[in-house]
Design a binder for this molecule. Structure first.
Ligand SMILES: Nc1ncnc2c1ncn2[C@@H]1O[C@H](COP(=O)(O)OP(=O)(O)O)[C@@H](O)[C@H]1O
Ligand SMILES: [Mg+2]
Length: 141
């Protein structure tokens, strides 16, 4: 779907937030500045997170423990998620991963959500969401 501006990306986050469950692993694809962190912000805000949502590019992993436990990762600087404690969160948290890689040993590809954000010239983004096998997401209206 087409996201004309940042508000639309936040709204798409709210749409996703309504279907994501603890234990879900979401790959967030798209170039630098595509809106991956913005989408995560939309997911968290929609579920009532009132605090800041920063890019985990330096800390690698941000854990939000509230009514909806969420782990937000940025693997850009890593070769795999090994050693950052992702295993411990896999069954309790919604796992949102920017620059995903090295996930095959932890979660089957068919069990992962795939989200792709593609910049559109001159403005806006195209969002493509592929749910895991056996899951669906209602159309965004
Ligand atoms: N649909 C959109 N159209 C135009 N700009 C957007 C859209 N969604 C987000 N943005 C802007 O693009 C930038 C994306 O930054 P960020 O979310 O940090 O990207 P990433 O995490 O993919 O590097 C922000 O400045 C945000 O305001
Ligand atoms: Mg980011």
């Amino acid at each position: 779907m087409f996201l004309p501006d940042e508000a639309a990306t936040l709204a798409a986050g709210a749409w996703l937030a309504a279907v994501l469950l603890p234990g879900d692993v979401v790959e967030l694809h798209g170039p630098l500045g595509a809106g991956k962190t913005t989408l995560v912000r939309g997911i968290l805000r929609a579920r009532g997170w009132a605090g800041a949502v920063r890019s985990p590019s330096f800390n690698l992993l941000s854990v939000y423990d509230f009514e909806l436990p969420v782990a937000h990762l940025d693997l850009y600087r890593l070769e795999s998620p090994e050693g950052i404690g992702l295993e411990d969160l896999l069954h309790t948290h919604i796992i949102l991963i920017e620059w995903p890689k090295g996930l095959d040993e932890l979660v089957d590809e068919e069990s992962r959500w795939r989200v792709e954000i593609v910049p559109v010239e001159p403005e806006g983004r195209e969002l493509i969401v592929t749910p895991p096998q056996g899951r669906t997401i209602p159309a965004l209206t």
